[in-house]
Design a protein around this ligand. Structure first.
Ligand code: NAD
Length: 441
């Protein structure tokens, strides 16, 4: 459904009127396209405190394709290396580095603060590094004009190149609707990528719930990045599913993900080479307040959104159908973080997905060489949200730092980043794609 307010504020009279009324001023977001693959301007690399990763970080920033310019008057990207900030006093250097430049950033810019995991042994270091989280989340709310701010934690002993895929994603138009996020990397070495423009070449991906909405967009972005995609949806959605498959040169697999033989049928569809990327996107809502909710509605939501995710992941991992170097990406929701009136079943299922990801991620990496992450979408413009009553829909759209809803492609770009071979150090993470929604913030 079109966001007419966003259109209105994009016109001069509309901007004038809405400013006078003190209404939100959403900026049109610049998303990835062949014509605009990069941010529009140079990158400023700043440091606060004594960093041990300056050279490694410079290499990773060079890999973004942006021009790194220490004198950039109007930077599109600003990266502040704050890994060396280990005390409350040291935070003054964070202020000193960003205060003079933050105002000059180009619209639609990106600020990425690099930190390191808070220590369980040094509470001064932990306080300073945790402080960066509050700092970045506030900055995301202040920047405006379609700009975003994130914190990436790089652990001591990180493998060379471990942060590259993450910085490429965050410092690009692909992360347009991601803000106020904290991403904590592991020390895992990136898997090699033969072709940076098509990093999923030679990989097979399966996307559930791919006949429409976010799933169709995920399938499309994974195909764009070179993957062979198998699109799965319920048999009732077969016509849409086949249309999606034909458009992408994908394989259609009409199948209810809750079927007892779902994992076996997925494995068969991916044979003989096996599956590299498993995207659990299928999801349903059956809203009612708990007092009015029959057991059947509860069970349907838990079964589709959580139990089938657990079952198929377990079976595909243990049977070896999911290849080493594989990626599992599940779909949570900010409702699973903040809770939502009338959605005890849905929020429970989506919070369960977060539990699954955090627990299985480290073990799946150690035992199978597979990462497990989740996206947590906020308000995304799809058929699901078009059905929401007008006033609640408007509130959902505006109550975030970017004052607008996201598009399916915003979620899809995040999934594609998790799926990259270069993202081996991204594991057990839940990335909110919500424009920094106030819900559950
Ligand atoms: N749209 C949003 O704002 C939003 C926000 C947060 C989370 N999400 C989550 O993102 C995912 C996609 O949402 P969407 O808005 O594109 O929804 P959608 O309803 O447009 O699409 C969901 C797809 O899943 C399929 N599906 C449902 N049950 C299935 C089953 N048993 N087996 C196979 N396929 C099944 C449906 O047929 C449909 O094609 C869901 O998990 C949803 O909970 C969406």
């Amino acid at each position: 459904m079109a966001d007419r307010y966003l259109h209105l504020t994009g016109t001069a009279p509309g901007r004038f009127l809405t400013r006078r009324l003190g209404l939100p001023q959403p900026a049109a977001l610049r998303r990835w396209s062949l014509e605009t693959p990069r941010l529009d301007g140079p990158l400023l690399h700043l440091t606060a405190g004594d960093s041990a990763i300056t050279d490694e970080l410079a290499k990773a920033l060079a890999a973004t394709g942006l021009t790194v310019d220490a004198q950039a008057a109007r930077p599109a990207g600003i990266v502040l290396d704050a890994t060396g900030v280990t005390s409350a006093r040291g935070l003054a250097e964070v202020h000193a580095a960003l205060h003079p430049v933050v105002r000059s950033q180009a619209p639609g810019g990106r600020i990425v603060v690099i930190g390191t995991p808070p220590s369980s042994e040094d509470h001064h270091q932990a306080a300073a590094q945790q402080a960066l989280e509050g700092f970045v989340r506030s900055l995301g709310k202040e920047t405006g004009r379609g700009s975003t701010a994130q914190l990436v934690r790089i652990p001591a002993g990180a493998a060379p190149g471990a942060a590259e895929s993450t910085l490429r994603f965050l410092l690009s138009p692909r992360s347009a609707y991601v803000s106020g996020q904290v991403i904590e990397l592991t020390t895992a070495a990136p898997d090699p990528e033969a072709d940076r423009d098509a990093p999923l070449t030679g990989r097979t991906a399966l996307v559930t719930g791919a006949a429409r909405g976010i799933g169709a967009s995920v399938a499309s972005v994974l195909a764009r990045d070179g993957a062979h995609v198998i699109v799965l949806d319920v048999p009732q959605a077969q016509d849409d599913l086949v249309r999606t498959a034909d458009r992408l040169g994908a394989t259609a697999l009409p199948l209810d993900i809750t079927a007892p033989d779902a994992a076996a049928r997925i494995a068969a569809a991916a044979a003989p080479d096996g599956l590299d990327i498993l995207v659990h996107n299928a999801g349903i809502t059956r809203d009612r307040r708990l007092a009015n909710m029959p057991a059947e509605r509860w069970a349907q939501v838990i079964d589709v959104n959580l139990d089938s995710v657990l079952r198929t992941t377990d079976e595909l991992l243990t049977s070896g159908a999911l290849n080493r170097g594989g990626r599992v990406v599940a779909t949570a929701s900010i409702a699973g973080i903040a809770g939502n009136n009338g959605q005890t079943n849905y929020a429970a299922s989506k919070a369960g997905v977060i539990g699954l990801v955090r627990s299985l991620g480290p073990r799946a990496a150690a035992e199978h060489g597979v990462t497990v992450n989740a996206v947590a979408p906020g308000f995304i413009e799809t058929k699901m949200t078009a059905a929401v009553p007008l006033f609640i829909r408007e509130a959902g759209r505006r109550m975030n730092s970017l004052s607008q809803g996201g598009l399916p492609v915003d979620v899809a770009e995040a999934v594609a980043w998790f799926a990259q071979p270069g993202s081996a150090a991204v594991n057990g993470q839940v990335l909110r794609v919500c424009g920094q929604s106030l819900l559950g913030a």
